[in-house]
Design a protein around this ligand. Structure first.
Ligand code: NAD
Length: 499
């Protein structure tokens, strides 16, 4: 608790913001109280949307490179406070220290990317069919951007969205997970620090409202919110997507995954073992890109599973602040219970389960640690097709690559995927139109841990959204097609004659 107060103070959060409220908070590390915040109400949200709209109307006219300068300064603050923020992420979300640091690094990286982008919000010049005419398209600021984020990337996902949205000339409202409000307060405090004294930047350019699903719903319903970027479970996406669609708003959905790795006979098994173990058990299986299925060629199936199982059983489970720990806690009891239910279902559906028990119950009776589980499945049953947000890896066997790809794609989700192979034809096939149906398809790299330079997101029940790099910035802008007539005549398009 003292540690949390010290970290929050170092990050510029006043004690009153994290104490004395009615929402009690506990660390997943040991169940110790970390604070008590006051959640915002729906009326607060409506007022915040009004303020954001006013901020947008000022910010949209600030030149984009100047908007980039604000993000550059914010990125500098993140660099200065990387250790403290990463530690807070570890305490609040239960990530091991190196992953907490990695999460803040990802924020810094996307800020750098956004700064570069602020001078590259290019449109096309298009050949006009009419003489003396010029056609072009411009990308213009969109409006208020609502950001709903999940607990497992408590700050990076916001940064992916906000840094691009702000450089693109928008104002943001952030509704973080109710499980991780402190890291959100700290990030917001750093952003406010960058904003203070920044000439031309309006107050309320980025606002934070802590609270539950009802606040996210208010963002989804409000027609003043031009884009809702929502990261979380498919269940959440099913709730917010139709609300935004019903008012013809824009939605960027980043939902659940059920990611698989195919291991082909020619694979470098050293690489495959590391890729699979980090993918399946890193972050205690609580990443949207976690490897939940491994589909192994029959010729190497038994050998590979034996190796995986041996290392799985020896992974160090413990306090994520201890540098020796590789697997930290689950976020809460509900996550542990969901894991147990999935393992029971897997057994009933013919699976053979190794691991999965509760760990460290005596040392941390108020926290929920689990031994990572490996489940040999005879077939891809219902439980295997369901995302359980816990360290469970289901193993399946294949004979022909077609069969492996069919199994791979036969799940409702479509986020990340990988093949380990040294056969060029297999690798290309996996990335081709008849290969993986996911938004991310890797070769000789696991499913987990994407770089910010590429567009991130997935198909099917993963929601279809793309964030972060490549041209994902276009989500945060509106396209305006302009035709300018510099001739003395008024020819109509397609040769139409009128008057
Ligand atoms: P969650 O769906 O329980 O909550 C996510 C956010 O949505 C929270 O802020 C929550 O308050 C809000 N929310 C929940 N129901 C809502 C509703 N009906 N209306 C409006 N807002 C609502 O998810 P979680 O447990 O925090 O995170 C884990 C899930 O998120 C997993 O399914 C994981 O795969 C997914 N995830 C996806 C990505 C991605 O980029 N695709 C990234 C991280 C997490």
């Amino acid at each position: 608790m003292t540690q949390v107060s010290d970290l929050l103070a170092a990050l510029g959060v006043p004690a009153s913001a994290s104490q004395g409220g009615r929402m009690q908070l506990r660390s997943p590390i040991d169940g110790a109280p970390t604070g008590a915040i006051q959640p915002a109400s729906e009326a607060d949200m409506l007022a915040a949307i009004g303020r954001a709209k006013q901020a947008f109307e000022i910010w949209r006219d600030v030149p984009a490179p100047r908007r980039g300068e604000l993000i550059r300064q914010f990125g500098d603050l993140l660099r200065q406070h990387k250790t403290e923020l990463a530690q807070l992420v570890a305490i609040e979300a239960g990530k091991v220290s190196s992953e907490g640091l990695g999460e803040v690094q990802e924020m810094i990286d996307i800020c750098d990317f956004a700064v570069g982008l602020s001078r590259q919000l290019h449109g096309l010049t298009i050949a006009s069919e009419r003489p003396g005419h010029r056609m072009m398209e411009q990308w213009l600021p969109l409006g208020v951007v609502g950001i709903i984020s999940a607990f497992n990337f408590p700050v990076a996902v916001w940064a992916w969205n906000a840094s691009l949205a702000i450089v693109c000339g928008n104002a943001c409202i952030w509704k973080p997970s109710e499980k991780t409000p402190l890291t959100a307060l700290a990030t917001q405090a750093l952003f406010e620090q960058a904003l203070q004294g920044f000439e031309g930047a309006p107050a309320h350019l980025s606002q934070l409202l802590n609270g539950g699903a009802e606040l996210g719903r208010a963002l989804a319903l409000d027609p003043r919110v031009a884009l809702l970027s929502a990261t979380g479970s498919t269940r959440m996406g099913r709730a917010v997507g139709p609300l935004v669609a019903a008012r013809f708003g824009r939605c960027l959905l980043e939902l659940g995954g059920n990611n698989a790795i195919i291991v082909a006979p020619s694979a470098d098994l050293e690489l495959a073992v590391r890729g699979i173990l980090f993918g399946a058990y890193g972050t205690a299986g609580q990443r949207c890109t976690t490897t939940r299925r491994v589909i192994i060629h029959e010729s190497i199936h038994d050998e590979l599973l034996a190796r995986l199982d041996r290392i799985r059983a020896s992974l160090s489970i413990g306090n994520p602040l201890d540098p020796a720990t590789l697997v930290g806690p689950l976020i809460d009891r509900a996550a542990f219970d969901a894991m147990q239910t999935a393992l029971v279902n897997a057994s009933e559906q013919g699976g053979s389960v190794s691991g999965g028990e509760r760990a460290l119950a005596q040392r941390y009776p108020e926290a929920w640690y689990a031994v990572p589980a490996l489940v040999r499945m005879p077939a891809q049953t219902v439980v295997v097709k369901t995302e359980t947000f816990a360290p469970i890896l289901y193993a399946l066997k294949y004979r022909h690559l077609d069969e492996a790809i069919a199994l791979h794609n036969d799940v409702p989700q479509g986020l990340s995927s990988a093949i380990f192979t040294n056969d060029l034809r297999e690798a290309e096939r996996f990335m081709s139109a008849s290969g993986s149906d996911c938004g991310i398809a890797n070769v000789n790299i696991g499913t987990s841990g994407a770089e910010i330079g590429g567009a991130f997101g997935g198909e099917k029940e993963t929601g279809g959204g793309r964030e972060s790099g490549s041209d994902a910035w276009r989500n945060y802008m509106r396209r305006s097609t302009n035709t300018v007539n510099y001739s003395g005549a008024l020819p109509l398009a397609q040769g139409v004659k009128f008057l």
